[in-house]
Design a protein around this ligand. Structure first.
Ligand SMILES: Nc1ncnc2c1ncn2[C@@H]1O[C@H](COP(=O)(O)OP(=O)(O)OP(=O)(O)O)[C@@H](O)[C@H]1O
Ligand SMILES: [Mg+2]
Length: 270
């Protein structure tokens, strides 16, 4: 189950300084404590996983990081800038992109147009010029389309470029969602269950793409995933949440040996 685990340092992968620091985050929805005093950090170039049973607070954590939820307490420092709350656009401009647990694609739009939506954040020309496809806007759009074509090649979805996303099998839709996030050229990529609902082959493909993004683009990855085999295989470090609290943090081996984790998570039928 852990073929590559724990070997990332010896593979010559360079883990850098802390790029994202989560400090004492608490988040409540009325009486529900979704997160209680959560702290952890993410280092540049690492694959950092967040695991835990259903309802543990994993998605809420990502939503705090990318500005969807506003935590009542705590601070998040990203690339040296500390914020209690930032709006989603600011976070994206600073180099953070995410995929969603429930796909957030435009089903009627083609693969290429969906991935283009990830570039919108980077387009400088105003919408009026874009609408006219005039002058600088047209040149800019060409450059963006070229970048999107690279992503399509990288993800091996050339055959479906013009296909409406809603017609693709689920596994490929997840891949397009990854492409949309990659189009933002993120420094840190947040992935919320990118392999959920996939068959074994689709999971293997997704796993390979995540590793390739990490290695080839040097992108730091924060991954929420229920498949323990995958998590233990590809993660450099793992955070474990249970009922909104952090109960474990360390290398896959450390987490696997943690009594609290075994009791709360690994012992269940997840
Ligand atoms: N928008 C919201 N309003 C109210 N409660 C919420 C909201 N979002 C999350 N919660 C609650 O916060 C807790 C944590 O939910 P969250 O979705 O973060 O868990 P999770 O670890 O991602 O679970 P799963 O593995 O099922 O995706 C749950 O009790 C959930 O019901
Ligand atoms: Mg979730």
């Amino acid at each position: 189950m852990n073929g590559m685990n724990g070997t990332s340092d010896t593979q010559g992968k360079k883990i850098g300084d802390v790029i994202l620091d989560v400090s004492n985050i608490s988040l409540r929805f009325g009486g529900v404590k979704a997160l209680t005093d959560i702290s952890f950090n993410v280092r540049e170039h690492e694959i950092r996983s967040i695991i835990g049973p259903n309802g543990a607070g994993k998605s809420s954590m990502l939503n705090c990081i990318n500005g969807v939820y506003v935590p009542q307490e705590g601070r998040i420092t990203f690339r040296g800038q500390t914020f209690g709350h930032m709006n989603r656009r600011q976070v994206a401009e600073m180099g953070l992109a995410r995929t969603f647990q429930n796909l957030a694609l435009f089903k009627g739009m083609s693969v290429i147009d969906n991935i283009m939506t990830g570039r919108n954040m980077k387009m400088r020309s105003n919408l009026f010029l874009q609408a006219l496809r005039w002058g600088p806007a047209e040149r800019e759009e060409c450059a963006h389309r070229e970048h999107v074509e690279h992503i399509i090649d990288f993800l091996e979805i050339q055959a479906f470029r013009k296909t409406p996303v809603g017609r693709l099998p689920y596994g490929l839709q997840k891949r397009v969602d990854l492409g949309r996030a990659l189009a933002m050229e993120p420094k840190v990529l947040l992935l919320d269950e990118p392999m959920a609902g996939m068959n074994v082959e689709e999971k293997q493909d997704m796993c390979r793409f995540i590793l390739d993004v990490n290695e080839e683009f040097g992108t730091t990855i924060v991954l929420i995933e229920h498949d323990m085999g995958v998590v233990m295989d590809i993660s450099d470090r793992v955070v474990v949440l249970d009922y909104g609290k952090k109960i474990g943090d360390g290398t896959p081996d450390e987490v696997r040996g943690n009594e609290d984790v075994i009791r709360a998570y690994l012992g269940t039928s997840h």
